[in-house]
Each structure stands twice: as C-alpha cells, then as structure tokens.
Design a protein around this ligand. Sequence first.
Ligand code: THG
Length: 258
Amino acid sequence: MVISERINGLFRSVGKAIDERDSDFIQELTLRQVQAGAGALDVNIGPGRGAEGPEAMRWLVRTVQEASDLPLCIDTPGLKTMAAGLEACENPAIINSSTAEAEKMLALFPLAREHDADIICLTMDERGVPNDADSRAEMAMLMMTTAMEHDVMPERILLDPLVLPVVAAQDQGWKVIEALRAFRMLNDPAPRTVVGLSNVSNGCRDRSLLNSTYLAMLMGAGLSAAILDPEDRMTMDTVKTAQVLLDQKLYCEDYLRA
Ligand code: THG
C-alpha cells in the first residue's frame, strides 16, 4: 500500500498553508495524492508548533477528510497532538507512531484501542535505533507482546525498521532489508511492515533513483506499505512493476497505466 508523504508541514508550501489555514491548498494537494494512486495519507503538521500542535492537527485532519475517505496516518511525536488528530479523524486511522519506549507504548496502545486504529511501531527506543537486524526484531517482538497486553491485536500493527539516509548510515540499508526478513518470522501470518522511503535519499542527488531502487529491494524482502511521494513517476512505476513481478498484480501490456 502506498501512503502519501506529501501532506507534511515539513514541506515549506504545506507548512505555510497550515499556518494560514488555507483549506483550498490542502484539499487540492489531497486530491492530487488520491489521483496519483495513494491508498492512505500521512498527515503531519511539521516541526516547531509547540502548544499549537493539537489545534493545527485537528484542523489538518478535518480539512483532509473533507476531500478524501482514505485512511489517515496521523504522524506526530506529540501525544496531545496525536490525541487531537484521532478525535477529529472519522476516516480509518493509523497511529504514526509508537517507539519501544515504555511510556510511549503505555500512552499509545490504549489510544489505538480506544479509536480502533492501526498503529505503526518503530523499532527504536530511548537509546536510538539498534544497528542490526536481530535487535530490531527483538524490539518488534517486545512491541507486539506489549500491544497484546493492551488488547491491540498483531493484525493492527505495522512494523517499521526505520530507514536511515544512505549518506549518514550506509551500512543500514542492507540491515533494514534483513530486519524485514526477520520480522516475517515473528508471527503467522507475517506482521505487516512499513517504511518512510524518502528518508533513504535525504541530502542526496538523484533522489527518485535511490528511492525507487531501494523500494524494489524492500518489496522483494516482503514490505507491505511505504510512505512515499505518489506524484513521483519513477517511484510509482516501480511500485507497479514490483507488484507484477511479485505476482501481487496481474500483468498486462498496459500495466503501468491500468
Ligand atoms: N517512518 C514513519 N513515518 C515517517 C517516516 C518514517 N514519517 C515522516 C518520514 N519518515 C516520511 N516522510 C517524509 C517526508 C518528506 C521527506 C522524507 C520523508 C523529505 N523531504 C525533503 C527533505 O527533507 O529534504 C523535502 C523537504 C522540503 O521540501 O523542505 O525528504 O521513516 N513511520
């Protein structure tokens, strides 16, 4: 599943639209994501809003869901901002995200249960991202068992091994692929997985090529969903081609346009 990364206050034009409560801009952006083939929409108010976070998220969620019925992936590290987003959300909701930190899990799994939401579990804790696949899998297991204690079933979880920029941590590219393979062993049926794809090319040139090549590799390792730019032609063509090659989608001559 493609989750659009574009409704994010990190992008300057989107941040400005949130500041000005420009609903036309946000709704046009939303419609373009739907048109481009998004199956869900990441909704992120961007950094540096402090106490204004909950109000901004409430507005953003309401504005987006006036334009689309797609699931919304509420993306914020702020607990109050998350709660405000979930309260406003009438579309299916995905919490983005909990880490393996005890106090995060203690707050977010009950919210997932209360709002009947899916939840993305990042394999990191207060010490950061573990740098090998087995420790990521161990952390993923801890999160799944903790979720169960809060009555959040494994089917509601999306495991995120955390993609890092290739410029900063080149050895992690392969380890994320190994982590995806290790996650498959944690449950039957295998847990769903997700990544923030564009992280990999942060600070790089040729971003589309890096993103789409890595996406093909991740899909080969069993990735279920990715947060990406559905308006990027190369990336979306790669999604469709990998789906055909993995027998998830029927081949026809026109499969790129079908
Ligand atoms: N996992 C989960 N959620 C996530 C991420 C993840 N949410 C946020 C992020 N990572 C995925 N979304 C983006 C959005 C934008 C970019 C990367 C990932 C990006 N933006 C450009 C930049 O920063 O250079 C452009 C910004 C601008 O125009 O100013 O790369 O990993 N669960």
